[in-house]
Write a protein that binds this ligand. Sequence first.
Ligand SMILES: [Zn+2]
Length: 510
Amino acid sequence: MIRLLRFPLWHLLVLGWLALPRHSAAQDRRRAASPRPAPATRCDYHLRWDGKSSRLGVQLDYTAVSADSTVFVFAPEHLGGQADIFQVLENLRPGPTDRLRVVPAQQKIVVLHTRAGRHTLHYVLNGAIAGPRQKSTPRELFRPVIMPGSLYLTSAFFLLQPQDCPPAASSLQFDQFPAGVGYFLSAAPRATPGSRQLLQPGRQQFWTMVLGTDIVRREYRVHNIPYYSLTSRRDTVNRMSQELAPFFTRFFPTLRTFWHDDQDAYYYLCVLPTYNTEPTAGGFGWGPGFIMKYSGPFDNWAKLIVAHETSHSWIGSQLTLGENSFANQWFGEGFNDYVCLINLAASGIFDSQTFLEYLNNRTLRPHYTSAIRSAPNDSIAPNYWRNTAYQRLPYRRGLLYAFYLDNQVRLASHNQYTLRDVLLALRTRARALQAKDPNANLSVDDFIETAGRFMPREQVAHDVAVHMLQGQPLDFHHFPLIPAFRVTFDGEVPVLGLTGTTPLSAIYSW
Ligand SMILES: [Zn+2]
């Protein structure tokens, strides 16, 4: 069973805010540093699905380490708000000489047996969409969805593993599956459903599987790294496979150039229409990929979700400021949002009008008219679930500070440096810290010291203390911007525009 030791980020999604865990590089580092389980243990999963039913049959052959019992826990507690996730498990059946004790309140299954060694446990996953279809997006993201011709699973709500001794290796294999299906298993991207797929511990435990007659699978190369696009023909509004293509051909290459990073094994985007009919979009980062479910047109703001979440492979994953990602969301969310926005502009997915619309109508105006715009940073966590205004506050505050800082670094260095240089230096610092301690995160002082190499350090220290930690909004009357930008005011609200001296694609190029 996956142990999610902490929930590194709480992700916020349009049209409904879903709480969800994100797999992080820090988790990988911790896992790599933890002792390996005994090598002889293994779990082998045999799957059966007829392509029509909402039920997936699983036969788990596992190694019992203790003679008398083996304990399994199903699904991380309340993952994505699914307090009743245990109900998807049906027909639990142990081997002929074993007995079961099931504790639904703890999502726990105890198999009582009389010897160690190999045992079998059968179970069924019911992937019917429970309850009314309206507003079912969390259910469609955080539970198995098994509908005629289409199956969606992640390891979070599939795997049963012995708790006392997680397997050293696992395998997964379909003994029955419908003909003519598209297939993708993120842990083994090249595998076909008929082959036996070996799953290594660690990162591969965070896998996603789609299988169905509706699945459209495309493969790209980004800086020579395999990238996979998984979409569905069920969408009759968008040709999603084509809609996503510019991400693979333009956005991801631009983003990897920005971060100067060609170091991943692979990445996937799994973007599937909901069975829910209300306009919606939501998703979560999972292993080396991002899963999104949506309905309605794939507009600029849905594109922004894809860009924002996939950008978290760096800020929020490789770069975290403070003890946890909740401490300084102005950086983890706001700076990530800025990096995502300027890469959307640099890759031509956002034109200058959309870029300014996001800054003005979706950031500056709601921020400068918000009743809580001056709330201090440490008031965000306690109010986060009580008042939705607090959920957007760090995004907007951080994005505006990142924009400001980018301008100040450019001005102070006579255009020799930009915020990108600050972030690359910060990553170098993070890597040095993590070389000594895999759990180390950057501190606010690391941020100040690093940015202070590119503009006056005292200014950075002041700005972080006053504008990010105390929460006082930046006063756009009192600082210059690069000549390409101008600012006017609508009452108290700053309004950004382009002067036309430099095109957006030239401001944001690397
Ligand atoms: Zn985010």
